[in-house]
Design a protein around this ligand. Structure first.
Ligand SMILES: Cc1cc2nc3c(=O)[nH]c(=O)nc-3n(C[C@H](O)[C@H](O)[C@H](O)COP(=O)(O)OP(=O)(O)OC[C@H]3O[C@@H](n4cnc5c(N)ncnc54)[C@H](O)[C@@H]3O)c2cc1C
Length: 435
């Protein structure tokens, strides 16, 4: 089968990889100058850094076995990491149970309630959390004081204030993922990185796709998926119409909706209801470490960024790469702000926490922005997910809105891509149009 895949991010490339391994003839069409999407990279002269930091947790089994299959095992390094919170411009470690029990911003009662809530979430049947707003559940399980002191600022930052309808499954998925750091005794407390970044995983898959006779075209933006009476076969690109037996859009739902103006009105309305978060993320390369922490979450509502993640560059240990992300709802005020002003505001806040921080240690600085980084799930999300099979024969959609209840991680993307690759090869009727 000739299969056209729109999007050369991890989802599109993993799909193309699995399908080409199964003997299909794939073509990936990516609008960017390089593959990667969120897993892309930035070049600072001869220094390459990941556009956004990506870690592999010990329980990311599918990612680890894919790395092994692609000969990247020796590139995967695990490091012991420390995590913490910044509260009132002070750092509080949060790596061990002892850190947790001595977390001064909360009273002992609140700490015990918080611990109880986290244990409860881990043990709860996920389906019972699907219908409860995360705020209601956290207040009920951990108390109002803990919610106000810890959860509210974290949720505000993560969802840019729009978490009213986010289901409690978010906490369930987050705890289960973070517990993965403790699962394997020999990797307890460690997180993994690919030496040359996640981009090398995409590169290795891309090479395998080409070896199997697949095609990958960058700087090729699909402008329209042509929907007619029969199966969907044609894509409009700047180079003209391209024909396939089957098409998979491996892009965010709002981007997909723009490509199908000829689709049924009810279907378009349904696609339009899916909300996504965007991201503004300055990355700095420093000549010396900022702190000894891998990740610090901020509880200050006035901070322009929600967390600080720092990793030494795997190939240049004298370079320390620091990410300062801010998730953005579609109406966020920072969206139209120029990079220089972002830099000024972000560094001004950073200096409130790290008073000795000196800008002369910044070797490189860049601001990355992405419009659609992850879907915002809402209560009853499992019933609302947009199906992989669209109402149009031979047209499929694969993106992170479909990995619920898991978090939209690379691991979830790889698992989903393998599932979708199997699915599209089975004959199946188009989904019914929504009423
Ligand atoms: C800040 C950040 C940190 C993260 N950290 C981790 C982590 O530590 N561990 C982890 O497991 N996961 C992490 N993730 C999640 C992971 O990055 C995503 O799950 C994954 O990259 C999603 O890949 P994707 O292919 O679905 O989307 P994308 O990467 O967005 O890819 C979509 C691609 O489609 C292209 N495209 C869109 N429209 C068109 C068109 N019309 N024509 C052609 N091409 C088009 C885009 O250019 C893009 O390349 C992180 C994500 C972010 C944002």
């Amino acid at each position: 089968m000739r299969i056209g895949i729109i999007g050369g991010g991890l989802m599109g490339i993993a799909l193309a990889y699995f399908l080409s391994q199964a003997g299909e003839q794939v073509t990936v069409l990516e609008q960017g100058a390089e593959l990667g999407g969120l897993n892309g990279r930035i070049q600072f002269g001869g220094l390459t850094v990941a556009r956004y930091q990506h870690a592999i947790l010990p329980n990311d089994d599918r990612t680890r076995s894919l790395c092994a299959r692609l000969g990247l095992e020796s590139e995967l390094v695990f490091r012991t990491v420390r995590t913490g919170f910044i509260h009132d411009n002070r750092i509080y470690p949060m790596t061990s149970l002892r850190d947790f029990l001595s977390f001064a911003p909360l009273t002992l009662k609140s700490r015990l309630q918080l611990g109880g809530a986290l244990l409860q979430a881990q043990r709860r049947d996920r389906k019972t959390l699907d219908v409860v707003p995360v705020k209601d559940w956290l207040v009920q399980a951990g108390g109002a004081a803990t919610f106000e002191g810890i959860w509210r600022p974290l949720l505000e930052a993560k969802f840019d204030g729009q978490y009213d309808t986010v289901p409690a499954t978010y906490i369930w998925a987050w705890i289960n993922r973070m517990m993965g750091i403790r699962r394997l005794p020999h990797l307890k407390g460690k997180v993994g990185y690919l030496r040359r970044g996640h981009y090398s995983l995409l590169q290795a898959m891309a090479e395998a796709i080409l070896r199997r006779g697949g095609h990958i075209a960058t700087q090729t933006r699909v402008r329209e998926i042509i929907i007619g009476d029969g199966p969907v076969r044609a894509l409009r690109t700047p180079a003209g119409l391209m024909q396939f037996d089957l098409v998979i859009a491996a892009i965010a739902t709002p981007a997909f909706a723009q490509l199908v103006p000829g689709a049924d009105r009810h279907y378009l309305e349904r696609l339009g209801r899916e909300k996504y978060l965007g991201l503004i993320c300055p990355v700095m390369v420093l000549a010396q470490p900022l702190s000894e922490y891998w990740t610090l979450n901020l509880t200050d509502p006035n901070s322009p960024f929600s967390s600080i993640t720092e990793i030494p560059h795997a190939e240049h240990p004298d370079c320390h790469v620091v990410y300062l992300p801010r998730y953005t709802a579609s109406d966020n005020d920072w969206l139209g702000v120029p990079d220089e002003d972002i830099r000024e505001a972000w560094l001004a806040h950073l200096k409130q926490v790290f008073r000795d921080f000196d800008e002369k240690h910044i070797r490189h600085f860049a601001v990355s922005r992405s419009r659609y980084v992850e879907p915002v799930y809402s209560i009853h999300a499992s019933e609302k997910a947009t199906a992989v099979q669209t109402p149009y024969p031979s047209l499929f959609l694969a993106n992170t809105s479909q990995v619920y209840p898991e978090l939209p991680t690379s691991e979830a993307v790889i698992v989903h891509a393998a599932r979708v690759a199997d699915r599209v090869r089975q004959p199946s009727p188009a989904a019914p149009l929504p009423a």
